[in-house]
Structures are given as C-alpha cells and as structure tokens.
Write a protein that binds this ligand. Structure first.
Ligand code: CUA
Length: 146
C-alpha cells in the first residue's frame, strides 16, 4: 500500500471515530424523550363522556377502524360540548351533521378540538369523511340531544 493511501485511510478512520464519539456525546447530553402514544394516556385510554355541570360536557372520542368510541352519546338540549378527538390507528374524518359546522380530522398522535352548542333536540350524526379502509362507509355514530 502506498504511503499516501495509508495516510488517507488513517485520516478517514480518525474522522469516523471522532464523529461517532461526538454523536454519542451529544446523545448523552440531550434528554431524549421516548414518545408516548396519545391513546395510552388518560382520558384517551377509552372514549369518555365527562359531565362538567348540567349543560357542560366533554367528550373524548377515539376513532378507530371502523367506529367511534364512545358510540351513541345522549346529552340534554342546550348543552355546550367540548369535543376532543384522536385516532388509534389511521387518519379518520369526523363531521357532525346536521346544524353544526364541526369538521375535524382524527390523526394518530394528535388531538383535534371543537366546541359545539347543541340547542335543538334531535339526532346528530357523526360520520367519517376520510377514506380509511373497507369499513369506511359504515363508520358513524350519533349524539342524541333530548
Ligand atoms: Cu374512518 Cu373513513
């Protein structure tokens, strides 16, 4: 092997070791957080309806293939509802019809939010409007306002 070749090889190895050492050093110095899945954290461990007062509610929806948890929810007319939404698998849509303009996306790892006031009694349908697999067209639930 030529002397210059040896020198170049030696330099390359020194650089490699230096950069690797720096990487390890930097990783040690950083506080690396292992991301937790939002569906492992309360209240998204299960779909939940939380009654805050007589006409204030929180609903934590978990979208999945192919449905919403909680399923049908009943609330009194005149209620204001904070809706929190996430997905435990793929991206889903979330639209409440009729008489509301709520249109959210259920995205794994994030929480979507909307506040709705349900004045008129009736059945409000929630449908998934993002194609999410073979069960997509059946993915729906209801909010029943009495
Ligand atoms: Cu969920 Cu389409």
């Amino acid at each position: 092997m030529d002397k210059a070749e040896k020198g170049a090889l030696f330099t390359a190895v020194v650089f490699l070791l230096t950069f690797f050492g720096l990487l390890v050093y930097a990783a040690k110095g950083m506080n690396i957080d292992v991301p937790t899945c939002i569906t492992d954290v309360k209240p998204f461990t299960e779909g939940k309806v939380i009654k805050l007062s007589d006409n204030r509610y929180e609903i934590h929806y978990l979208a999945y293939m192919w449905g919403f948890d909680p399923a049908d929810v009943e609330i009194p007319a005149g209620s204001t509802v904070d809706i929190y939404l996430t997905s435990k698998d793929v991206i889903h849509g979330f639209q409440i019809q009729p008489n509301t303009n709520v249109n959210l996306m259920a995205i794994p790892g994030t929480v979507s939010y909307a506040r709705v006031k349900f004045d008129k009694p009736g059945v409000y349908h929630i449908v998934c409007h993002e194609y999410c697999g073979i069960g997509h067209q059946d993915m729906s639930t209801k909010i029943i306002v009495k």
